[in-house]
Design a protein around this ligand. Sequence first.
Ligand code: 8OZ
Length: 364
Amino acid sequence: MTSNALFEPYTLGSLTLANRIVMAPLTRNRAGPGFVPGDLAAEYYGQRASAGLIISEATQISRQGQGYQDTPGIYTQEQVDGWRKVTKAVHDKGGRIFLQLWHVGRVSHVDLQQDGAAPVAPSAIRADTRTFVNNGFVDVSQPRALERDELPGIVDDFRQAAANAIAAGFDGVEIHGANGYLLDQFARDDANIRTDDYGGSVENRARLMLEVAAAVVKEIGAGRTGIRISPVSPANGVSSSDPQAQFDHIVDRLDALGIVYIHVVEGATGGPRDAASFDFGSLRRRFKNAYIANNGYDLDLATSRLAEDKADLFAFGRPFVANPDLVERLETGAPLAEFDPATLYGGGAGGYTDYPVMAGEGRP
Ligand code: 8OZ
């Protein structure tokens, strides 16, 4: 085997990662009552601990921030205790894990909200997307626009969630600023038509995301704070007229905050990498800490992009579903297993913890 720097250790802030392969956040809809991650989640993440870094599934910071059935939270003591089992399982196997902090904004449904309330959004514009609720896919509900005086409370929910994540034993947090959820909704000028200081200009539309990042940094430290962005992804029905200017600005400000990584979905989430013309190199050049690249990477693309210094770390999502030992398979050139789409969202151990590692000498 020729040596490949992808499989060598990487220093992320004060952490040493065993390799440059990151497990991307994957929504699996298997939280128990109270939106608490259970023992199966600990087993699932523990099985995948050979990733250099695991980023957890998106995890709501509040009841209001939930948009899908059976996704886990990080706003109650029971949830913190559930996540502690997950972080222990990963750490016991020498892995590292960040928690992804999530507020879905308008990508929600009244049946998931307290007392059937409307989901919240920058503006009262319904997203052209669907969510998973009551065991089926349905159109999202009509949202209401957040009042300006509600925004500090949302920033504080992110801050508290970050503190809770550290209490649960996570190595850090990733702010979900991608895929058409609340912070991305604020950034995009088709979802945000506010006339106050959180809408309009590039600076105003970035304000909520940057306030959240600053609050999380203040709470847990820049070395434990990352963020995910998807500048040109149409995921969950967002688009914008000026993504380059918007995200160049955001990344400049994130760099000034000193956060430890930006995790960039290049292209359309889970779809074409060349969905729109956008200079991702511009984000890379603006940001001194780690750049995690995501979207449609395979071994060859990650290897060549690393050699070209286009990214530091590479996040693989769907391949981790059916390949708990993905790092070893990539390193040895072993074939990858395909996952069963029927068991991706919801259910129990089937299609979750029962994908085997490669058969071979010395393995069970
Ligand atoms: C797939 C299904 C539900 C949610 C994302 C959190 O796109 C998600 C998600 C993905 O970031």
